[in-house]
Write a protein that binds this ligand. Structure first.
Ligand SMILES: [Zn+2]
Length: 346
């Protein structure tokens, strides 16, 4: 796997199927999902069929033009693979981890990608790529739409989704529509206050759910426990270097029965469970879908999440077997972003 910064080199890709060799190329939409550490793009048909996709590192630059250049290169690679010209594209949706102004096509605040704060991304991408319909949306909104249409939520109409990663995003679907509210903030569960006076959040507040149970919080919890000299196979998995600790390593150690790692997962699962209890009374979901890299921990995380909801949400009696992993994995965002193109054009 090749990793590089700035030049948009492919980390992985799927090549088009044999049907793409036909001269009558189906009309395609591209979903672009921009994260704090990586970004992904995929080309889809109107029926939601993934034709090709790729993922790249987000350049750790303080210069917005460097980041946008990498995004544009990624899209160009997808276009080159599909042999579709930008002018033939039905449209492109850019999904970002934070607040957006859909009317002006400007990003407002991205706590985990601050280089793009107050940035007119739609206009800048159009200048680079050429004229085509470009839409801007929140990434968790897109992931929720993706799971609702093509993933775990296909059989339900009312869905709550959390994307657990560097940050924590949320999306709410009611009666088969993902709802965002007039200021595009409905479902931003990551900034629900869970521990007043808790750790500082990228949004400027303290004690937000994201600051308590996001990627860095998970790593910090493990480090603090290890600082007390406790024995843990996390040390073996990282070669004793605390800088190498990741949520994936902690999850792996928990699956091996490691006590320190299991404690971290139980604590994080408890806070995710509390956030869900609060969210359930706000949106009355049929199904709760947990996606993002942290959710890939599996049962070591889902078990404490489910037991917290079971014991702390007696009023709702929510059936905790309806808390499930995302079916589209980390591709939910690009699926939903492309779906938003077709929705917007209808
Ligand atoms: Zn916050």
């Amino acid at each position: 796997m090749r990793r590089s910064y700035g030049d948009g080199a492919l980390l992985h890709s799927q090549r088009p199927g044999a049907d793409m060799a036909q001269p009558a190329t189906p009309q395609l939409a591209i979903g672009l999902d921009v994260g704090g550490t990586t970004f992904a793009a995929g080309a889809f048909t109107a029926a939601g069929e993934l034709i090709t996709d790729g993922a790249w590192d987000t350049p750790p630059s303080t210069d917005a033009s460097v980041v946008v250049e990498a995004l544009a290169n990624g899209i160009q690679e997808i276009l080159a693979t599909t042999e579709v010209d930008i002018a033939q594209l039905a449209g492109l949706t850019v999904a970002v981890p934070g607040g957006v102004d859909t009317a002006t096509g400007a990003i407002k605040v991205l706590p985990n990608l601050q280089v793009l704060n107050d940035f007119r991304i739609v206009e800048t991408l159009r200048d680079k790529l050429g004229d085509c319909p470009i839409f801007l949306a929140n990434d968790a909104y897109c992931a929720t739409l993706g799971e609702l249409r093509y993933g775990a939520g296909q059989q339900v109409e009312n869905l709550l989704m959390l994307t657990l990663g560097t940050g924590i995003g949320g999306g709410i679907a009611l009666r088969n529509q993902v709802i965002r509210g007039p200021r595009q903030i409905m479902g931003e569960i990551g900034h629900m206050i869970i521990v007043p006076d808790g750790p500082k959040c990228g949004c400027g507040n303290t004690g937000c759910f994201e600051a308590v149970a996001g990627k860095q919080a998970i790593i910090d919890r493990a480090r603090r426990k290890l600082q007390y000299g406790r024995e843990s196979c996390i040390d073996e998995l990282t070669g004793g270097d605390p800088d190498q600790i990741t949520p994936q390593i902690i999850a792996e150690a928990a699956r091996q029965g490691d006590e320190v790692a299991s404690e971290v997962m139980n604590e994080i699962g408890y806070y995710i469970g509390l956030a869900l209890c609060n969210a359930i009374v706000m949106c009355d979901p049929d199904l709760i879908v947990l996606g993002g890299g942290i959710a890939a921990a599996g049962e070591v995380l889902f078990q404490p999440v489910r037991s917290t909801v079971k014991y702390r949400s007696p009023y709702t009696g929510f059936d905790v077997s309806n808390i499930v992993p995302a079916k589209l994995g980390n591709k939910a965002g690009i699926y939903g972003a492309a779906a938003l193109v077709w929705d917007s054009l209808r």
